[in-house]
Design a protein around this ligand. Structure first.
Ligand code: G16
Length: 549
């Protein structure tokens, strides 16, 4: 069957953000919109004729239609085989696992991650390379360049491919293999963690665990691994049926949006351990009984306890964290005598470090943790890692974290998000801060309580990749204070409406006697100073952040 060439014209809004192209479903439903982006991906690649592509998504609204379009286009462009998850489902880390295990040329993942779904919600698409990780900037830049000059795309006139059951179908000359979305992924996790110890913990009847899949993609993964393979009682997984609109919820595992889990974990009869994952299964939230673990602390605790898990028993080579993530992991790396890397926000920046063996664990303040087992962050993996540590240490989540702080000190940390802010106001705020940077060091600021803080450093973060020397600039405004505290300002690259201003606040406290202070109280002075420096209230018209994590 010969491919059909369809004439098209460029759209002017197809620049990938922090993680691929994310837009409203209604934007993706425009004629040729998805096709243009997919053809632009293929046109940025070489040598894929006859090769294998992996395709899957988080099951959100429009996933099914988009997959059929991509299958036809992959066949028309000359791929030899596509592996697609049953019913079009693959969590983002499972897609990474399948790409690696099958030595695929690459993969296309359909997700807008933690953003809401449904006909009025968000949709997204990103391309992952052969190492299983998100395409680096040189590829996303090439894709974007193609979107600005595209004149045609290639497709086939073929019926929809049945995706409901495993099996193989031909689309033109290309084979489409429908695979079990969970099997390879679950097998990989078994090779990393002490399943017998976790099984004893979960099935022993004393330890209680609640996993909130938020009606998103991890439901089938969590039920298979936690309930069937590890013996947790039925019902341990809540909201476990994936729904195209996530049940109307916002599948972002943080204290604001994971309401049901928070209510459970802060009730009088709360379970011992709670966790949640997001729309596409790469983020995680870790909660003890009446105790939230920040993502930055979670990375540090995993690094400090890594050798308790069989997959990491030989030790870890290094740790990487995104720049806005707290320095808690740096303290562990220093104590272990291993390297710690600071990268821009975006999992794609960890790929080279992982491939080169420079780091084993990576993490981000945005609820992402992962390792060299795949090239994406991995929600269920992080939960299994915590279960492994809990099983081996026999302590509560709170005890483990408090002991960690006592040993390494505590990095008080919080992120304040102002969502859906007027784009011009947000861009103006960042531009003015950037312009003011040279004059900031040495400036003394005073809080209403009379405390003073002196700015020691101020810059716009730039990163040189230590493996391929590529340079990424303008990655966030960093203001460092004389006492080691820090404020970072940046705009989100994943939102679809207006702008989201993120303000990251961090202060180190060595004295265990002061580790019990409530986080927002411990950061109150910095919060005031952030507003003094950036005029957040005046410029955005907001008196409160939308979300505090
Ligand atoms: C993506 C990226 C992460 C990033 C997060 C937030 O995660 O993969 O690296 O930290 O977005 O980015 P931003 O601050 O620009 O909104 P996900 O889970 O949305 O794919």
């Amino acid at each position: 069957m010969t491919s059909r060439q369809v004439s098209t014209q460029p759209f002017d809004d197809q620049k990938p953000g922090t993680s691929g192209l994310r837009k409203k479903v209604t934007v993706f439903e425009q004629p040729h919109y998805l096709e243009n982006f997919v053809q632009s991906i293929f046109d940025s690649l070489q040598g894929f004729a006859g090769q294998t592509l992996v395709v899957g998504g988080d099951g959100r609204y429009h996933n099914d239609r988009a997959i059929q379009t991509i299958l036809r286009m992959a066949a028309a462009n000359g791929f030899g085989r596509v592996l697609v998850g049953q019913r079009g489902i693959l969590s983002t880390p499972a897609a990474s696992c399948v790409i690696r295990k099958n030595h695929a040329y690459g993969g296309i993942i359909l997700s807008a991650s933690h953003n809401p779904g449904g006909p009025d919600g968000d949709f997204g698409i990103k391309y992952n390379i052969a190492n299983g990780g998100p395409a680096p900037e040189k590829i996303t830049d090439a894709i974007f360049a193609n979107t600005t000059s595209i004149t045609r795309y290639l497709t086939l006139d073929t019926p929809d491919v049945p995706l409901d059951a495993p099996g193989t179908t031909k689309v033109g000359a290309m084979a489409v293999e429908v695979i079990d979305p969970v099997a390879d992924y679950a097998q990989l996790q078994q090779s990393l963690f002490d399943f017998p110890a976790i099984r004893a913990l979960l099935s022993g009847g004393r330890f209680r665990f609640c996993f909130d899949a938020m009606h998103a993609v991890t439901g089938p993964y969590a039920r298979e691994i936690f309930e069937r393979q590890l013996g947790a009682p039925a019902g341990t997984v809540i909201n476990g049926d994936p729904l195209p609109d996530f049940g109307g919820g916002h599948p972002d595992p943080n204290p604001t949006y994971a309401e049901q889990l928070m209510a459970t974990m802060f009730a009088d009869d709360a379970p011992d351990f709670g966790a949640a994952s997001d729309g596409d299964g790469d983020r995680n939230m870790i909660v003890g009984r009446h105790f939230i673990v920040t993502p930055s602390d979670s990375l540090a605790v995993l690094a400090a306890n890594a050798t308790l898990a069989p997959g990491y028993a030989g030790g870890i080579s290094g740790v990487a964290r995104s720049m806005p993530t707290s320095a808690a992991a740096d303290r562990v790396a220093q104590a272990l005598g291993i390297a710690c890397y600071e990268t821009p926000t975006g999992w794609k920046f960890f790929g080279n470090l992982l491939d080169a063996g420079k780091v084993t664990l990576c993490g981000e303040e945005s609820a992402g943790t992962g390792s060299n087992h795949v090239r994406e962050k991995d929600g269920v993996w992080a939960v299994l890692f915590w279960l492994n540590i809990l099983a081996r240490r026999g302590q509560s989540v709170e005890q483990i974290v408090r002991e960690h702080w006592a040993r390494f000190g505590r990095n008080f940390y919080s992120r304040h998000d102002y969502e859906g802010v007027d784009s011009a106001a947000a861009n103006g705020l960042i531009a003015d801060l950037r312009a003011a940077l040279p004059g900031l060091p040495g400036r003394v600021l005073t809080t209403t309580s009379g405390a003073t803080m002196t700015i020691a450093s101020a810059d716009d973060f730039a990163y040189t990749d230590p493996v391929d020397q590529s340079v990424s600039r303008a990655q966030g405004i960093r203001i460092g204070f004389a006492d080691g505290a820090r404020i970072v300002f940046r705009l989100s690259g994943t939102g679809t409406e207006g702008a989201t201003l993120r303000v990251y606040l961090e202060r180190f406290e060595a004295d265990p006697a002061r580790h019990g202070v409530e986080t927002q109280q411990a950061l109150a002075g910095l919060i005031e100073i952030a507003d003094q420096l950036a005029g957040i209230r005046a410029r955005t018209g907001r008196t409160q952040p939308t979300v505090i994590t």
